[in-house]
Write a protein that binds this ligand. Structure first.
Ligand code: AP5
Length: 218
């Protein structure tokens, strides 16, 4: 595959982060997650983090200007020269147009968009079951990939925690925001023949293999 921006699109819990981490490792290109950048800012209590926290905890989107600003700064780093993966960005039409402009300005080709599709009932279990290790950041799922010992990381013994936005009320708001603001991007990219559908209802390894096959053909 030529050096190209890959966009991982999908509902909350679709497995964008899981797949982006694996493909980033296999291809040796950066994984750029606006969710991870924002959570890092919240944890460090930077002005950005303090401003974004309430919206994130409630499951609402952070404003386009803020997210486009942090994403652009990261995309313009030299390590993206051989391609990069965007996870959770863009997720509004305005953000998608912003990415188009940024790629054009940088003399890069149009992105390849992988749309990970998952049944809604499964999404809910993936989100309520997610647990993260505070030490190494390893992610488990109590239903699908539980730790050996109750809520303790197998790798470094960290006490696993649940993301604030993985509570039921916030999940409903996130899924609503996805339907209203992000799903229109599927048509936006499909109309330009940039979209590939990926069946995300299967085990992670099978999904990774399908993505690699798509990338090999691209
Ligand atoms: P963000 O962090 O981007 O959250 P999200 O899009 O809601 O995505 P998730 O991280 O919840 O899910 P995922 O698809 O990555 O799934 P994962 O692989 O983790 O954004 C968080 C918040 O930040 C937003 O709500 C918003 O406030 C703000 N924000 C971020 N970007 C923004 C933007 N561009 N604009 C505005 N605001 C923005 O998997 C989930 C679970 O399922 C895990 O437990 C995993 O182990 C498990 N799992 C994954 N794949 C499988 C599988 N195939 N089988 C079984 N289990 C699986």
């Amino acid at each position: 595959m030529r050096a190209r921006a890959l966009i991982f699109l999908g509902a909350p819990g679709a497995g964008k982060g899981t797949q982006a981490r694996e493909i980033s490792m296999r291809l040796g290109i950066p994984h750029i997650s606006t969710g991870d950048m924002l959570r890092d800012a919240v944890q460090k209590q930077t002005p950005l983090g303090l401003a974004a926290k309430a919206q994130m905890d409630a499951g609402e989107l952070v404003t386009d200007d803020v997210v486009c600003g942090i994403a652009a700064a990261r995309i313009q780093q030299p390590d993206t020269a051989n391609g990069f993966i965007l996870d959770g960005f863009p997720r509004t039409l305005r953000q998608a147009e912003f990415v188009d402009g940024l790629l054009r300005q940088g003399g890069r080709s149009a992105p390849l968009v992988l749309n990970i599709e998952v049944d809604p009932a499964l999404l809910f279990k993936r989100l309520t079951g997610r647990r993260t290790c505070p030490i190494g950041g390893h992610i488990y799922n109590l239903y699908f990939s539980p730790p050996k010992n109750d809520e303790i990381c197998d790798l470094d013994g960290g006490k696993l925690f649940q993301r604030a936005d993985d509570r039921e009320e916030a999940i409903e708001q996130r899924l609503h925001a996805y339907e209203q603001l992000t799903r229109p991007l599927v048509d936006y990219y499909r109309q330009r023949a940039l979209l590939k559908a990926v069946d995300g209802n299967r085990p992670p390894e099978a999904i990774t293999e399908e993505i690699c096959r798509i990338l090999g053909d691209a």
